[in-house]
Design a protein around this ligand. Structure first.
Ligand SMILES: Cc1cc2nc3c(=O)[nH]c(=O)nc-3n(C[C@H](O)[C@H](O)[C@H](O)COP(=O)(O)O)c2cc1C
Length: 178
């Protein structure tokens, strides 16, 4: 099985991005195992703890390291990357010399009820990960605007959005597995 780590940048119980992520996970082809990475319990990163073993840090670093690729599905908070997701990026980047993002394939999707689809966060996530040596999927790019209107009872239920996401999923999984 090809392991793909799935990171949802939202901690909200009724998250639009989690609904999109669940749909994308369900599109994984045979032979791909999508493994969610929990980020809500991660203590805020500080380099002061680089020398000690922090079980929650060890867990996510191992998950990212073991994954063939990572799929990040995230909202935008105040025109930027949600703090919990940035914390994961920072945790994975350290201790110095043990950056788990180096060479990692990463696909990024953002979704927002607003007009810009979380594009600011999407581009910031890309910038951080590229600086860390990740191989970030260039195209297709996905910034889903008015994303709430594609959900019914918290699940994706809109033909246009589904078809768009399925196209992305096909491209992402093929690239990740290559
Ligand atoms: C602290 C905070 C800041 C936000 N800032 C933005 C923003 O800059 N741009 C945007 O499009 N939406 C913003 N929103 C609205 C989110 O897009 C909206 O809450 C969305 O549902 C978040 O995705 P989620 O449902 O997956 O958590 C913000 C929401 C919160 C809670």
């Amino acid at each position: 099985m090809i392991p793909i780590a799935l990171v949802v940048g939202s901690l909200a119980a009724q998250s639009i991005n989690r609904a999109m992520a669940e749909h994308l996970a369900a599109q994984a082809p045979a032979g791909v195992a999508v493994q969610p990475v929990q980020i809500g319990d991660l203590p805020l990163y500080t380099q002061d703890r680089d020398a000690e073993s922090v079980p929650a840090y060890d867990r996510v670093r191992a998950q990212i390291k073991a994954a063939r690729a990572v799929l990040i599905v995230s909202p935008e908070h105040n025109r930027g990357v949600p703090a919990a997701l940035k914390n994961l990026i920072d945790i994975g980047s350290r201790p110095y010399g043990q950056n788990v993002w180096q060479g990692k394939k990463v696909g990024i999707v953002t979704a927002s009820p607003g007009t810009f689809g979380g594009v600011h966060a999407g581009l910031q996530i890309r910038q951080s990960l590229q600086a860390l040596g990740a191989e970030v999927l260039i195209a297709p790019e996905v910034f889903l605007s008015r994303a709430h209107s594609a959900l019914v009872d918290g699940k994706l239920n809109d033909e246009r959005t589904t078809s768009f996401l399925n196209q992305f999923a096909a491209g992402f999984y093929a690239w990740a597995a290559a």
